[in-house]
Design a protein around this ligand. Structure first.
Ligand code: ARG
Ligand code: ZN
Length: 881
């Protein structure tokens, strides 16, 4: 078995290129069945590099058709070319020279969807991280920056639209019904931000005027007939541009900003300079076909890619180890945007749920890595929850530690000092240290030390002196990545809540540093003594989840229930209830409850119902109060000998119990939720729909009656209500005629819309029953299923492996074998997607012995495949490590 081959790239090995790139000019000729790429590079030997040092350019599955130096052919012994590499010797010792390189590629055969490929007839590109080398030989690394001039030539009918980065320059006619367009990108950029799109596309355009009065033409391009679904994305784009000017002082810099929606795309979207390319899932929407969650997703991803124009493009990464420099920071920025556009506490709850669902298990298993990794075999496998979401948490902690004003000063300095640079995490941190006069040396450990630290809190109140002593203790085990042990700088946002629901004043006698409402825990163990607190306060800690830790707060149930009612920090009210429920479900999953025991402590359920019924709070928040911790989250908390059947049984019993106990409230919520005449996707309307649909789910769980869901399905006038009803029918009553009829109706209504068919696949892939495996296996033969479309694969196979606890983790191992077989098939077409699905095995060691052995065997079978891709081998190898 090979689990450890392929070269390892190391951060410590970084050194600049031997040659400096000054400019790039390309001509791309597109034909049916082939593309010709001519690239002119103006290069110069870096000072101090010896005259005999050759130039080594990266390639990937390339065919060289010609190479010249300053217009003259190169001698045969002056270069060697392979699909992966072009090495040229005998280059000028000093001064600039021009290298012209011709390559031939076949976009139609590019099933990896990296480089230049065709999606539904449209020519498009994806170059991050290392796709540009699949188009031409290049110094394909992020610290090689240059201006690009790109000429595209294609058949007029096949590709009336020709787009690339930067501003449009010339365009015109060519013989044989062909035409051309030239694009000029004056901003220095790395190759991973290169993009070309050519095809027969529809578009909408709007004007945006920046704060300093510069007009920008915004365009969104879609496949034919779908542009009517692009209006919300355009609106979100304009709001993003406006917000980035106000919040971070960032203006857009080119004359045009284009977004293209593509149906075959490996990721969510890509921030190419001036030409964002999107998975059309994150552009196309209307109320008939998209849910409120889809609207929120489009808004977030549009904002995220737009924000990259400054955090990623104007300032890029020196090397791929610094990926969090652009991704963590840009996720932080899109989270802040959503918080401002929608609701701050609800946004924070969503981000924390996501962090716990994806990043915590990654950080606590074999795929663990620091936010800034020190080594990798395949960079595409590091576009992870740790780099993105924990990366965002680290930026948030800097903001918490410095405060809003100093954080903004640090950001301003970063933009000023590093505009045009390929920067590092050290550069970024230095800006905050310099702008705020702070020392972030210990804080920087968060970037290099992997794992989720635990934070234990104790409290001791002395009534006689009115003193509260708080103990804080952090711990971190050494994990899979071999890091751990040293104490972090953990900012703990807190409040001392009085019985009137207000934060009390206090004085700090001694102990750990306290700055406003933040305790700075820097040692392994510290205490803080608060004086003059009067009557015993309720201690509210880790407000807004101020650090990505697992919290163990020794606090009485009555204090926790009081905080769940009184805490002025709405996030913490939610968090405290969510923790109480999670702890109860963990207990219930560990050993079956006695028949006399209720599935959840009634006082906890009443607290949840109290929150959900509080009409002074927004509906979206009340819906969050009712959403139980996910089954994988309970599995993660159990940590070992996990039995997903026991977890599911505990959660189901809890749902029925809540449904019964809250029946009156749920009926009232439903009665209240008369849908407005016209659909509006705004946060308030979406929140009301979500609350009503959670209520419907609980009523169905308690009553065992599919009729209300059936009625809602039939009457639904938007996808949110329709899909919520269908999910209740199909997941809770899979055998009922009503469910089968609704599922069939849904398909017939939407069979021509791939994005909705994906919902239909995903719904069936997540039926909580071991038999879902047979359903999913059968759907592989469905005419709408194909391994070639990443969205379809994710909807059926990815959702099954990542979202079906009962069937993927079947005790007989059939779920693991099925997914491993699909990974092996997919690996031949699209290794990136195959590797991504393979990460669903990451927590295999935490399961009970039978499942553990079956999962291990499935992984070993994959590892034994001789020609497995580097991508999948890396994930499988690390998972078995
Ligand atoms: N930079 C893109 C983003 O906005 C993601 C690109 C990921 N590409 C990849 N090959 N892994 O997050
Ligand atoms: Zn990004």
């Amino acid at each position: 078995m090979r689990t450890d081959d392929g070269p390892t790239i190391k951060l410590e090995d970084y050194r600049p290129t031997d040659f400096v790139l000054h400019s790039v000019a390309m001509t791309i000729r597109l034909f049916e069945g082939s593309a010709e790429i001519d690239t002119q590079l103006v290069l110069e030997r870096r000072e101090g590099v010896g005259a005999d040092t050759p130039l080594v350019l990266d390639g990937d599955e390339l065919t060289l058709s010609g190479v010249t130096l300053d217009g003259a052919a190169l001698a045969a012994d002056a270069y060697t070319a392979s699909p992966e590499r072009l090495e040229i010797s005998a280059l000028p010792a000093a001064g600039r020279f021009t290298l012209a390189i011709g390559t031939r590629i076949v976009p139609e055969e590019n099933t990896k969807l990296m480089g230049l490929y065709r999606s539904n007839g449209v020519w498009c590109t994806q170059c991050e991280a290392e796709g540009f080398r699949r188009i031409t030989y290049f110094l394909d690394r992020p610290d090689v920056l240059a201006p690009y001039k790109v000429r595209i030539e294609a058949d007029k009918a096949a590709a009336p639209i020709l787009l690339s980065n930067g501003n449009p320059a010339e365009h015109g006619e060519l013989p044989d019904d062909r035409h051309f367009a030239v694009w000029d990108d004056p901003f220095n950029k790395p190759s991973y931000l290169f993009a070309v799109v050519a095809g027969d596309l529809d578009s909408i355009h709007e004007e945006f005027t920046t704060a300093s009065g510069k007009p920008v033409t915004l365009g969104i391009y879609t496949e034919k007939g779908r542009v009517a679904q692009a209006g919300y994305a355009m609106d979100a784009l304009k709001r993003s541009m406006w917000w980035d000017e106000r919040r971070f002082g960032r203006e857009y810099d080119l004359d045009v900003f284009n977004v293209v929606a593509i149906s075959d795309f490996n990721m969510g979207a890509m921030e190419n300079k001036g030409l964002n390319v999107f998975n059309h899932k994150y552009v196309l929407l209307d109320s008939d076909t998209a849910t409120d969650a889809d609207y929120a997703g489009v808004e977030t991803v549009i904002a995220h890619e737009y924000f990259h124009n400054w955090t990623g493009n104007r300032i890029t990464c020196r090397d791929w180890f610094q990926l969090c420099l652009k991704e963590g920071l840009t996720v932080y920025r899109d989270q802040e945007f959503s918080a401002d556009e929608r609701s701050a506490p609800v946004q924070r709850i969503n981000s924390v749920r996501r962090l716990k669902a994806h990043q915590f298990p990654e950080d606590q298993g074999p795929l663990q890595h620091p936010v800034r990794p020190r080594e990798y075999k395949e960079i595409n496998n590091f576009y992870t929850a740790t780099v993105y979401d924990k990366g965002a948490e680290l930026v948030r902690m800097i903001a918490t530690i410095l405060g809003r004003d100093d954080f903004r000063k640090g950001m301003d300095l970063y933009f000023e000092r590093h505009d045009g640079d390929a920067a590092t995490i050290e550069d970024f941190i230095a800006c905050f240290e310099d702008a705020a006069g702070a020392d972030l040396t210990q804080f920087a450990l968060w970037y290099s030390q992997a794992g989720t630290p635990s934070l234990a809190i104790t409290e001791d109140y002395d009534a006689a002196s009115g003193t509260l002593t708080v103990g804080l203790k952090q711990a971190l085990e050494v994990g899979a990545s071999g890091t751990g042990g040293a104490p972090f700088h953990i900012p703990v946002r807190f409040g001392l809540v009085g019985s009137n629901g207000e934060d009390k004043a206090f004085t700090v006698a001694h102990g750990a540093e306290v700055d406003g409402d933040v305790i700075h825990l820097t040692g392994e163990e510290e205490t803080v003594v608060f004086e003059n607190v009067g009557e015993r306060p309720y201690l509210s800690v880790l407000r807004d989840f101020s650090a990505p830790v697992t919290l163990h707060h020794e606090q009485s149930l009555s204090d926790r229930l009081a905080l769940a009612r009184l805490d002025p920090n709405l996030f913490n009210r939610w968090r405290i209830l969510n923790d109480l429920v999670a702890e109860a479900l963990v207990e219930a999953s560990r050993k079956p409850l006695a028949p006399s025991q209720p599935p959840l402590p009634p006082e906890i359920v009443d607290a949840i119902l109290g929150s959900a019924g509080d009409e002074s709070i927004e509906a979206a928040y009340r819906a969050q109060a009712l959403a139980l911790p996910s089954e994988p989250e309970i599995a993660r908390m159990l940590a070992e000998n996990v039995d997903p059947d026991a977890i599911h049984a505990a959660v189901e019993a809890a749902k029925r119990f809540i449904g019964e106990r809250g029946r009156k409230l749920f009926e009232a919520i439903r009665a209240d939720a008369r849908p407005a005449a016209d659909f509006s996707p705004d946060a308030d309307s979406a929140g009301r729909r979500s609350l009503a649909n959670v209520a419907l789910g609980y009523l169905a769980a308690a009553s065992g009656d599919p009729a209300p869901a059936e009625a809602q399905y039939a009457a639904a006038r938007n996808m949110t209500d329709r899909l919520a009803a269908l999910a209740i029918l199909v997941h809770r009553f899979p055998a009922a005629d009503a469910s089968k009829a609704a599922l069939a109706d849904f398909y017939t209504r939407f069979e021509d819309d791939g994005l909705v068919v994906d919902k239909w696949f995903a719904l069936q892939a997540t039926i909580p029953d071991v038999a879902a495996l047979d359903t999913v296996a059968g759907l592989l033969d469905h005419p709408k299923f194909t391994l070639r479309n990443p969205n379809r694969v994710r909807a059926l196979v990815g959702t099954f492996a990542g979202g079906n606890q009962l069937a993927f983790h079947r005790a007989d191992g059939a779920g693991y074998r099925f997914v491993a077989e699909r990974i092996a098939e997919l690996d031949k077409l699209n290794p990136q997607i195959a590797a991504r699905i393979a990460t669903t095995f990451r927590s295999w060691r935490s399961f009970e012995a039978g499942r553990r052995h079956a999962a291990k065997a499935a992984l070993e079978n994959l590892a034994a495949i001789p020609d497995l891709s580097n991508d999948t081998r890396d994930i499988v190898g690390r998972s078995l490590r």
